[in-house]
Design a protein around this ligand. Sequence first.
Ligand SMILES: C[S@@+](CC[C@H](N)C(=O)[O-])C[C@H]1O[C@@H](n2cnc3c(N)ncnc32)[C@H](O)[C@@H]1O
Length: 452
Amino acid sequence: MSNSVNVREVVLAMLIEIIEEDNYSHIVMNQTLKKYQYLEKKDRAFLQRLTEGCVEQRIHLDYIIDQFSKVKTTKMKPVIRNILRMGVYQIKFMDGVPDSAACNEAVKLAVKKGFHTLKGFVNGVLRNIIRNKDDIKYPDVDKEPVKYLSVWYSMPDWIIIKWLNEYDFNTVKSILEYSLANKATSIRTNKLKISPEQLEERLISEGVTVQKSELFDYAFKISGYNYLSHMNSFQEGLFQVQDESSMLVSEIANVRENNIVIDVCAAPGGKSLHIAEKLKGTGKVISRDLTEYKTELIIENRDRLGITNMTVEVADATELDKNCIEYADLVIADLPCSGLGVIGKKTDIKYKMTKEKQDELVLMQRQILKVVSQYVKKGGTLIYSTCTVNRDENEENVKWILDEFDFSLDSLDSYIPSKLHSETTKKGYIQLLPGEHDTDGFFIARFVRNKE
Ligand SMILES: C[S@@+](CC[C@H](N)C(=O)[O-])C[C@H]1O[C@@H](n2cnc3c(N)ncnc32)[C@H](O)[C@@H]1O
């Protein structure tokens, strides 16, 4: 490891920021990777894996620590409980780190952080766990299925209970399993600048591992890169990072040249950019989000990709813009949601979400839909999408839209790969489930505004 920076100390600082001070993990991660961009690739990979792992597996790690420590994690000093989480994560999940190194480094870090008097405690708990690591007692799957899933996959109880009401046990298990395991980065070729075949060659020449998408010929899953935004192909705007589930939105939108499109919650721009590309420089995509910070992200991506038919605006989607009434051929409502379909990528989202917040989100989704559905021309299209798997944000909102507005569902089957066809896609919506599909958890519904 690099002499100048103690990578474990950096991880500890990130865990304090994310877990104890409630900052967003992806923001803390991006800022830290930017600050330490000079670190060797293997150090950066270690830093990322250990931080994300500790956040993602927090419930599981605390369960183990609490089994072997007299002082429970909730009663420990924040620095100490995070040092222990790091130690246990390395012991339990990182085969490349010898157990003794995980323990010794934890003790050194405790001393370095001013907890000399607790070095025996840290050492004792970790040695105890190392001795018993093949004998950890977990909840019984038959007697306590909720607790079992919660501990094993580090998911708060209330979410497990909700999902078990909506899906069968094996489906819930496979959503959780896939979300923990799948870390691939999906990208979309910017066909305005390069063909998929040429992009694949470019990426390989930059040392990246490239796997073709099973859904789209322009999409790839990539890995093995160091710092994505330093890659020449990225800087030249040859691709955009986007999950395949999100690419599906633009396929389902089925835009035609010269269409007017309003994307009401657009940052960082995934769907807007894809649709603008499909319009081949014609028509107009009006891409909006709530704050300047967010719209800046869209502008950065738009300019990097060389998109010309897209305007970016700060606008609150809950407020009616009278100029837009019946103006758009297509409205994209990819709305704020509980985000539980992307827990594999945003590792802390599951802890930040609460039942109350989720109920409020359903109301906000409806508040936004009430406003932005008015922007669709008669005969035009409304796409409603979320990156979650909860039925109240998805299917129940579809029913609500059909009850409240003069819109009809429209079959997805002409726009999506045949392997995704189902009873619901025939009707006009799709719920992608991680594990069942090789994508994030995602929901898309397509509506057409009735002509009279
Ligand atoms: C699911 S994300 C959108 C992702 C985006 N469509 C894409 O494909 O990259 C939801 C977005 O809604 C924005 N948002 C939340 N409340 C909003 C509001 N009242 N008006 C406009 N945008 C809002 C958030 O800032 C966030 O960027």
